[in-house]
Design a protein around this ligand. Structure first.
Ligand SMILES: Nc1ncnc2c1ncn2[C@@H]1O[C@H](COP(=O)(O)OP(=O)(O)O)[C@@H](O)[C@H]1O
Ligand SMILES: [Mg+2]
Length: 251
């Protein structure tokens, strides 16, 4: 579903050059729940942003459902990102002046209406995260866990097939973190492909596959409990060739 080949990312400022990612090869399959771990500064957010088409690699290729991202025009790319991918961040990124409901509707403002109203979609997403009773509240009136649930509702309101979460439980206590994890698990049970960066081994253990980074390099990729082939060690990338995958971007 997301195929990264030989990804390298270099950040250049006037005084320093940072190799944030070095020769990354990852194939994320449909329906997987993948966690990414590694020390601070090792490139986790950079990797997630590249997977989510928010940033471009310096070298290497990214393909979504077999279609190289480079082949899309800017507009198509924006549409792909808006329709297929939902983002969740550690610090929620809610708009403080907007109500919960208005925050959740935001991604739909960039899409043509499709019968059901934006309002109905937003209400439905808030129901899924158990926040129907807070629709008229403003972010400052919510706990951290509730803010993150609003952010999840916003991420899923357009029914994306891929959810990318960058340390979604990083600012939460463990009870709230567990709540967020069980929402992500149920979204995965419903078919979403989820990739989550975390510092928390106990959260990572609840996912199906753990990718480890160190200093911009991939140092591990293993399947976890409850998955066929669990415990299999990483044997380098076994990547499907981009050309053999279907060319229509059906994720
Ligand atoms: N916009 C940027 N400009 C310059 N350097 C950056 C930028 N973003 C990240 N970096 C550097 O790239 C490396 C990886 O960063 P990041 O992906 O944020 O790591 P992590 O999420 O694992 O903490 C770090 O050394 C960081 O300082
Ligand atoms: Mg980060």
């Amino acid at each position: 579903m997301i195929t990264l080949q030989n990804i390298e990312k270099v950040y250049r400022t006037s005084s320093i050059e940072t190799l944030a990612l070095n020769n990354i090869n990852i194939n994320i399959r449909k329906g997987e729940f993948v966690s990414i771990m590694g020390p601070s500064g090792c490139g986790k957010s950079t990797l997630l942003n590249i997977m989510g088409l928010l940033d471009e690699p310096s070298k290497g290729s990214v393909a979504i459902a077999g279609q190289p991202v480079k082949s899309y025009r800017d507009k198509e790319l924006a549409a792909l990102r808006n329709q297929k991918i939902g983002f969740i961040f550690q610090s929620f990124h809610l708009i403080n002046d907007l109500s919960v409901l208005d925050n959740v509707e935001i991604p739909l403002l960039y899409r043509p209406a499709n019968g059901k109203s934006r309002l109905d979609h937003a209400k439905e997403a808030l129901e899924k995260v158990g926040l129907s009773n807070r629709m008229k509240h403003f972010p400052r009136q919510l706990s951290g866990g509730q803010k993150q649930r609003v952010a999840i509702a916003r991420a899923i309101v357009g029914n994306p097939e891929i959810i990318l979460a960058d340390e979604p439980t990083g600012n939460l206590d463990s009870a709230m973190g567990n709540e967020i994890m069980s929402i992500l698990q149920s979204l995965n049970d419903d078919g979403a492909t989820i990739i989550m960066v975390t510092h928390d081994e106990s959260m990572a253990k609840k996912t199906h596959r753990l990718i480890r980074l160190f200093d911009g390099t991939q140092v591990g990729d293993s399947l976890l409990q409850g998955v066929a082939g669990a415990g299999r060690e990483w044997q380098g990338a076994s990547m499907p060739s981009v050309q053999t995958l279907p060319s229509t971007p059906k994720l």
